[in-house]
Design a protein around this ligand. Sequence first.
Ligand code: ASP
Ligand code: CP
Length: 324
Amino acid sequence: MAEIKDVGRLPADYAANGFYGQDILSVSQFDKEKLAYIFGVAHEMRVLVERFGSADLLQGKILANLFYEPSTRTSSSFMAAMLRLGGQVIPINNVQYSSVTKGESLPDTVRTLESYADVIVLRHPEVGAAATAAHYARKPVINAGDGVGEHPTQALLDLFTIVEDLGSVQNLRVAMVGDLKYGRTVHSLTKLLVNYDVTFDFVSPEILAMPEDVLDVVRRHGHSFRVTDSVHEVIGDADVLYVTRVQKERFTDLAQYDRVRDHYVVDEELMTKAKPHMIVMHPLPRVNEIAYGVDDDPRAAYFRQMRNGMYIRMALLAAVLGKA
Ligand code: ASP
Ligand code: CP
């Protein structure tokens, strides 16, 4: 096991869960047993919130929420997760109003925040930034998205949603659609799903294809996959249609973005071709990829998926702080 970081005095009711004092940087840290543990706790967190609204499990603990890129869901669900567990939050959602604007480095910012907080959640535009922060920090760091790299907590809530909605991850055909090159959520989710009995369809314009290093992980685990630019080719076979936004902020050539931005639109017409129990997922925010008319279809899972984010993050915070 990795070094246990400083999360204060070992709680009297410490739960030996393998997460205590650990950074959460990549989905590669999760095996089936760890996933089952987090999903079990997330389930309990949902019951807790529905019955009581909040609890005092993390009373006295402080989270530093440090976002160098825009966020609505990840930042506010981590914040809500901490508050609902009785903890407190230092919200730095606008780093431009912090000393980052004066030129402060990531290591120094992290070393500052850990003097005040027990755990740091970080979103940053550079791949590997969370690992760098974790290297310098004595307190646990949770990766909330590192550029085009990974978004591990999103992948956990995505997988949790699949299990909740479809009952299991056995014998599933998962189609990922859209910006597979720059979309960090599909990188993390693919690397997590290779542990299960899943067949993949990767659907994108050629210039937004899934990176080779992610395809290599799929190959190494012996999964078959199809690559296509046509959603019509895969829609009838899919159990999960995971749609993504074209990541405008990653393009250096905006004319190229304009050429691919509206390549795929999931609408009511396309939904008539899908299986009756297929689910449509999307990490959100959506731009034009899913028509609003699809929202009322019971197969539209993206709002359920988003709500699950808070339960997963409650489970992770409690586990890292030794209280799950
Ligand atoms: N919210 C997700 C992310 O930060 C997906 C997106 O922005 O398109 O990666
Ligand atoms: N899904 C997701 O990460 O959303 P935000 O970018 O709004 O945090």
